[in-house]
Design a protein around this ligand. Structure first.
Ligand code: ADP
Ligand code: MG
Length: 349
């Protein structure tokens, strides 16, 4: 896929300007609620018209204000899967699935129906009324319908957000399989880093109305998110026995961990909320790891602020309550001391 976008749209109180180019087939847009993810998606799909700019997909201009080009949604071949499936309630699964195919462009390469139905495991559901399906099953049908319309790009707008955790992890393997087997480029919108890690290779990180930066998912998702907040995952070197602790190398840093039988290099996790931040080097502390860091970014979560820090070529994320941000004067570029107890590390593998 080659997608080149430079578009502007103004809402009262929010100016949106999206300027980016994407090449990877599995891309994600990660951003907080209200940052403009759905608005961007609607503009790409042709459901909302930008005020100015251009959208070019694989050499075809979908929108160009300077040339008065604005292809209607059905001519763009951009498929959309929403958070709620928008299936036709009066039709059964099979009718819903093949609804989109009728509008397929003549001459376009066909997706094999049977293969798709099998990959999405819809065989046993074909005769069912969609209203009798679970949320996860409905999302599988919605995805199948979108794919059968033969799009050259699929936009998924938080397709998993409406599902509970268990269902989410049931549907992700289907999604992954569909996008590998049919190699359809996709743009996956979410505010979950965990979903991004599972579904995408490249990420656009969105701030309010703009793309802040572009990053490989692998680079960003060196940690994962649990109910207890962000979990840092660190790749540490072999342990040296020092004063009854294990000293392990982490990039240019040395970390001290409670000694265990295992001395081999490995991956260790530290919960972001187990990291304490200080303005200055604490005089004396029982914690063994006192790390000089530089704040690279702050992200406001509802109850916590996520503090991204850099130290010796590595990245560490802490989560603190909003009051601490003010008291510590946290801002990008500020030097800060992160303190981690030797017992806060847990070996993953
Ligand atoms: P996200 O999907 O990232 O949560 P949205 O794209 O839905 O964000 O919305 C971004 C911002 O634009 C929100 O503040 C929202 O209130 C505003 N917005 C979205 N659509 C409209 C509209 N049609 N008119 C005015 N404001 C809108
Ligand atoms: Mg949205």
């Amino acid at each position: 896929m080659h997608l080149s976008v430079d578009i502007k749209k103004n809402f009262p109180g929010l100016k949106l300007h999206f300027d980016f180019t994407l090449e990877a087939n599995r891309c994600g847009i990660l951003g907080p609620s209200g940052s403009g993810k759905s608005t961007l998606m609607n503009m790409l799909a042709g459901l909302l018209t930008p005020e100015s700019g251009h959208i070019v997909l694989d050499g075809d201009t979908l929108f160009d204000s300077s040339r008065s080009i604005n292809l209607p949604p059905e001519k763009r071949r951009v498929g959309v899967v929403f958070q709620h499936s928008h299936l036709f309630p009066h039709m059964n699964v099979a009718k819903n699935l093949f609804y989109g195919r009728n509008r397929q462009l003549a001459g376009a390469a066909r997706i094999d129906d049977a293969q798709l139905i099998s990959v999405l495991q819809l065989n046993s559901l074909l005769e069912r009324q969609v209203t009798s399906l679970s949320g996860g099953e409905q999302q599988r049908v919605a995805l199948g319908r979108t794919i059968l319309a033969n799009p050259r790009l699929i936009l998924l707008d938080e397709p998993l957000s409406g599902l509970d955790e268990a269902l989410k992890y049931q549907i992700i393997p289907h999604l992954r399989k569909v996008f590998t087997e049919f190699t359809i480029p996709m743009l996956f919108i979410s505010h979950s880093l965990e979903e991004m890690r599972l579904m995408t290779d490249d990420l656009l990180l969105m701030g309010h109305g703009v793309i802040d930066r572009q990053e490989k998912t692998e680079v960003l998702a060196r940690g994962t998110v649990s109910e207890r907040g962000f979990v840092n995952i660190l790749k540490l070197g072999e342990a040296q026995n020092i004063d009854r602790l294990h000293r392990r190398n982490w990039g240019e840093n040395n970390l001290y961990l409670v000694a265990s039988g295992e001395t081999a290099p490995g991956r260790f996790q530290i919960n972001a909320r187990d990291i304490m931040l200080f303005k200055q080097h604490p005089e004396a502390s029982s914690a063994r790891n006192i790390l000089n860091c530089r704040v690279s970014a702050l992200r406001d979560l509802e109850w916590f602020v996520r503090v991204e820090m850099e130290l010796g070529g590595q990245r560490l994320i802490a989560e603190v309550v909003p009051q601490s941000v003010e008291e510590l004067g946290l801002a990008p570029g500020v030097e800060i001391v992160a303190v981690v107890k030797a017992s806060a590390f847990h070996r993953l593998f």
